[in-house]
Design a protein around this ligand. Structure first.
Ligand code: AMP
Ligand code: MG
Length: 531
């Protein structure tokens, strides 16, 4: 591993906390604190993302070495690595929470890669930092498995996300009150090495802004532009208000693109606090996230949010906008006038709507979005999908099989085609069947207007409508096995989720709808923030 090179621009460009002792504190005028990882008793590698590791420059021989496991659990630093925790703030569930920071994430530095630019390696669960507040700086196996599998699943679905390089056990036990109900228990500690060009969050900028620390705010914005948005820089390299606006506009764009992807595949982030919003528009911080089984815009997997449902599936775009508004407020001192920021925010809403319409058109197999009449088709479909419990993922794959001249005369014929996606097939009433058949009639007219053959349409639809997503119950099954020491299911899911759009005849079981036992099970449909 000595051939790996690091270029720690974050550290070199931004001010450090002068205090190097590791105790909880308020940190001002600094973007990060140097901190050492906590050494662990018996680290063990469970899974690694082989192809990504190769891209980062880790050879297969390296991955098999004890040294690799040592590095990925914070027991050893490579030459060039510098470990630090980033200081940021954030709005949590709509309330300003002040300083938060990397409470259990420790950055190791920026690896220089041949094809992926600088990639920051970060260990999640490697010990306390000055930002740990009252918590222990550790992560448990179940939440680490969830982050490891889901971030990679998202990547292979074509969705911007932080990556996961490795999943290790620490060999230590961690106490968690899983459902916050007074039943604390020991769980296995684990560390995920996650990787991204940038771990800056909206809250990274909000914190100095909230303290009136304009110097640090400017330094952070300029660092972000130089490191991750260099294409915005002019040849003179000047930092102007216009440049900051271009930067903000691109963040809005990336955020809207990311959320449209979430809506496309049925991903619910669960905790869209501003400290969990990546400045480069990646999905970040996989906590109590979930995947839509039956289509429900009001669903959230997060039990902490079960009453307000602030972060429900259908609210994600508005929350994205609310979060961007907080970022706009934070950078306002660098711009000096509100109008241009407001204009960009209005564009966000328009861009989101346009992107969403194009995405829906693609999901339905249309050549292009045709305006109002298509929009009505999408809206009636959403009503139908909500009216009776319909599995979203299965529905779109089945829709691709609809023949261009499907016979709608008898319900039983077309219903047989869609049967696998209903959670209560016998419960479907005539009114629903009639509405759905009317919708199919409009759909057939629309696809015949495009003139694609069924095969052509299915081919394009199956590239945007995944067959395999990390269904909540499937992740939970892998977790339960892993907690008994059997990691085989994690490795199997890793492989299946690498090709989410392919049929994979041998893995049909992993595409099945949620079984009844998982409907209200903790870990499947209900998750707390405890991790
Ligand atoms: P999250 O809800 O995961 O986005 O975390 C919110 C804040 O709590 C962040 O500052 C985290 O670093 C911190 N945090 C979460 N879990 C822990 C933990 N086990 N130890 C220390 N800090 C934590
Ligand atoms: Mg977080």
């Amino acid at each position: 591993m000595t051939d790996l090179s690091f270029d720690n621009r974050f550290i070199n460009n931004l001010p450090a906390d002068p205090e190097t002792d590791n105790y909880c504190r308020t940190v001002e005028n600094a973007a990060y604190s140097f901190v050492s990882t906590t050494k662990t008793a018996a680290p063990k590698l469970i899974a690694v993302t082989q192809e990504f590791a190769t891209q980062l420059g880790f050879s297969s021989e390296t991955i098999r070495s004890i040294e690799f496991t040592q590095v990925m659990t914070g027991n050893r630093l490579l030459p060039g690595m510098q470990s630090y925790a980033h200081c940021y703030g954030g709005h949590q569930f709509g309330q300003w929470a002040g300083q938060l920071g990397d409470g259990r994430a420790i950055n190791l530095g920026e690896l220089i890669t041949a094809t992926l630019g600088n990639q920051t390696l970060q260990l999640k669960g490697a010990g306390k930092t000055p930002y740990s507040r009252h918590a222990d700086g550790m992560a448990v196996l179940r939440s680490s498995i969830r982050e490891f599998l889901c971030s990679e699943a998202m990547f292979h679905l074509g969705i911007p996300t932080t990556r996961a390089l490795s999943l290790c056990l620490t060999g230590e036990q961690v106490v968690r009150d899983k459902m916050y109900d007074g039943n604390a228990a020991f769980e296995s500690g684990a560390v995920v090495c996650r990787v991204s060009p940038s771990f800056l969050r909206f809250g990274s900028f909000q914190l100095p802004a909230s303290r009136g620390d304009q110097l640090l705010l400017i330094q952070l914005v300029q660092h972000s532009i130089k490191a991750d948005f260099p294409h915005l820089l002019t040849t003179e390299g000047n930092f102007t208000a216009d440049l900051y606006l271009d930067w903000f506009s691109e963040i809005c764009n990336r955020t809207s693109e990311m959320i449209v992807h979430w809506m496309r595949v049925g991903f619910v982030h669960g905790v869209m606090n501003t400290d969990n919003m990546s400045i480069i528009g990646e999905t970040i911080d996989y906590g109590p996230y979930g995947w839509i089984d039956d289509f429900d815009l009001n669903w959230t997997p997060n039990t902490t949010d079960e009453h307000e449902k602030r972060y429900r599936f259908g609210g994600q775009s508005q929350i994205g906008q609310w979060n961007l508004f907080q970022l706009a407020n934070a950078i306002f001192p660098l711009i000096g006038e509100a109008e241009p920021l407001q204009a960009i925010m209005s564009d966000y809403a328009i861009n989101y709507q346009n992107r969403w319409c194009n995405m829906m058109a693609a999901k339905l197999g249309f050549k292009a979005y045709q305006g109002q009449s298509d929009l009505q088709l999408f809206q009636s479909l959403e009503k139908l999908l909500t009216a009776v419990e319909t599995d979203m993922t299965l529905f779109y794959r089945l829709l691709a099989n609809v023949a261009n001249d499907l016979d709608l005369q008898s319900h039983s014929q077309w219903l047989a085609l869609f049967a696998p996606c209903y959670y209560d097939l016998p419960g479907l009433d005539t009114q629903y069947l009639q509405s759905f058949s009317q919708w199919l009639e409009r759909y057939l007219a629309r696809i015949n207007f495009d003139g694609l053959t069924q095969l052509q349409r299915a081919e394009t639809m199956n590239q945007v409508n995944p067959k395999y997503v990390l269904r909540n119950y499937i992740a939970q099954q892998a977790i339960e096995l892993a907690e008994q020491g059997d990691f085989s299911e994690i490795l199997k899911l890793q492989i299946i989720l690498q090709n989410p759009y392919q049929e994979q005849a041998e893995n049909q079981d992993y595409a099945k709808k949620r079984p009844d036992w998982a409907r209200n099970k903790i870990g499947c449909s209900m998750l707390s923030c405890s991790s």
